[in-house]
Write a protein that binds this ligand. Structure first.
Ligand code: NAD
Length: 489
């Protein structure tokens, strides 16, 4: 048996003991995970610093703080989320107990990406634990140091049988994918997303795919361009542009391009000083392969700001590109690096047309002081999330579903959405062995009279308010039961 097979078998066996279903067990595990982030913050930060040159504050701000918030929320709300959810009834089921019972799916495979290695790996794990599942955790091998820390620390804090960590690269992930899971939660690029879905199809395993793509950003001339550009600069260059929801490119009218460039330049200086290379808050491209990939994109575009680089340090300065053509290299795939192309459009109509020609993005940004512009952008496009007059922050709102649509992914998570995504929402109807008369309308022999009653019971549509409706339905049910007993049987 391979190491991967063993991990899955161990998780399955542990799941079958039933302990992951117990609410107290789930809460204990979540509290242990919370403790890990309190007690091992510096170990976590050191590894992320080595992998991505993130500062300790940066790691807390963009990775662990959000996780602590999600854990707190899950602990606070777990009882409510896991409880039966009563649903509306119809006349035929008025005396039954009808509800949705969330239940664990089983063993979940979590495949993480490298850009926010803790956030994108542990956030689904919080959902998996809360929903009562076992989970096999596969951190990205690209963040060498973080993967090692996860492999060492997680088994110390949480149930290592239920939640084993498997490290490794493509071949280890592929070996994992040959095993049968009850759900696969993948974060990464769309090409591998297809590989994951194909492997999942062999076992009819459902998937959540948290993918990426080019997230557009339209800046309307009718807005405070200085504030807009400061927010875009933050959204773009945080983590050296390696954020799945980073604004990929700017669309604006040619008349404001120079001002946009100047304002972005000002904000770059404000955030990262005159020399971002020595600024502790400016990150690095993850490795030389990605460095070369990003540098290649510069080839056929005009640099307006930045462009300095150092391969030995995987450093690329915050860079702005002007008058970029849709055919330019930088526009052919998600940039995932610190380049910000600006493309000219004649106005909102053309911007919407341009966005709709591409794949549905993970995030769509619009900056405008005009509500009508925001409304049109919302109504005439589609994307995983839509943000007006800011960047990235929708990620931090637990009550919003986070996920893509079309090429940017499927399924969603955060807060209760994570719990639901990794639960089976089981429809339950509990009936008493009484009132058999009501059922006669569905039993053969079928007659026109019985059909008439069925139509009445199923299609009735009276709006008397909640209390009135319940009382009316109760009376009707009794009357109908008596009528059916007397006239139908
Ligand atoms: P990556 O290289 O770390 O790959 C992700 C995972 O897939 C890794 O665990 C890796 O082992 C596995 N993998 C890679 N190739 C594989 C293959 N051929 N078969 C099976 N498994 C394989 O990360 P990446 O893909 O470079 O991540 C960047 C992408 O992820 C970007 O497109 C970004 O937008 C997206 N992303 C999306 C989100 C989101 O929440 N939607 C978050 C972060 C990143």
């Amino acid at each position: 048996m391979s190491r991967e097979q063993q991990a899955v078998a161990r998780a399955r066996k542990a799941f079958e003991t039933g302990r992951s279903k117990c609410l107290e067990h789930r809460i204990r595990q979540l509290k242990n995970l919370q403790r890990l982030f309190i007690e091992k913050q510096s170990v976590i930060s050191d590894a992320v610093k080595k992998d991505l040159n993130k500062s300790e504050v940066g790691t807390q701000l963009y990775e662990t703080l959000g996780l602590e918030g999600e854990i707190n929320l899950a602990i606070k709300k777990l009882k409510e989320w896991a409880a039966p959810r009563p649903v509306e009834k119809n006349l035929l089921t008025i005396s039954d107990t009808v509800y949705i019972q969330p239940e664990p799916l089983g063993v979940v495979l979590i495949i993480g990406a490298w850009n926010y290695p803790w956030a994108v790996t542990i956030q689904p794990l919080i959902g998996a634990i809360a929903a009562g599942n076992a989970a096999v955790i596969k951190p990205s091998e690209v963040c060498v140091h973080t993967a090692k820390v996860m492999e060492e620390l997680l088994p110390i804090y949480i149930d290592k049988e239920l939640y084993p960590v498997v490290t490794g690269g493509v071949s280890e992930t592929q070996e994992l994918l040959r095993q049968k899971f009850d759900h696969i939660f993948y974060t990464g690029n769309s090409m591998v997303g297809k590989v994951i879905m194909e492997a999942a199809a062999k076992h009819l395993t459902p998937v959540t795919l948290e993918l990426g793509g080019k997230s557009p950003c339209y800046i309307d001339k009718n807005c405070d361009i200085s504030i807009a550009c400061r927010r875009v600069t933050w959204g773009k260059y945080t983590n050296c542009g390696q954020t799945c929801i980073a604004p990929d490119y700017i669309l604006c009218e040619p008349s404001i391009q120079d001002q946009v460039i100047e304002e972005v330049k000002k904000s770059i200086k404000e955030f990262y000083t005159d020399n971002p290379k020595t600024c502790p808050d400016y990150g690095r491209v993850i490795n030389q392969r990605h460095f070369k990939r990003v540098m290649n994109m510069l080839e056929d575009s005009t640099i307006a700001v930045g462009g300095d680089n150092d391969e030995s340090d995987c450093y690329i300065a915050p860079t702005v590109l002007r008058d970029v053509k849709p055919e330019a290299k930088v526009m052919q795939e998600e940039i995932f690096g610190p380049l910000l192309p600006i493309l000219s459009v004649s106005g909102l109509d053309e911007a919407i047309k341009f966005i709709n020609k591409g794949e549905k993005p993970l995030a769509l940004y619009v900056f405008s002081s005009d509500d009508k512009v925001i409304k049109r952008m919302k109504e005439e496009t589609s994307s995983g999330g839509l943000l007006a007059n800011d960047c990235l922050v929708h990620y931090s709102v637990s009550s919003l579903p986070f996920g893509g649509v079309g090429n940017s992914g499927m399924g969603c998570y955060h807060g209760k959405f994570s719990f639901d995504q990794l639960s089976h929402l089981r429809g339950c109807l509990i009936k008493q062995l009484k009132m058999e008369g009501v059922n006669s309308m569905r039993y053969p022999p079928h007659t026109a009279k019985k059909l008439g009653w069925a139509r009445f019971f199923i299609l009735q549509n009276v709006d008397l308010g909640w209390i009135g409706r319940m009382a009316f339905l109760a009376v009707l049910a009794v009357v109908a039961a008596v009528a059916l007993q007397n006239y139908l049987l």
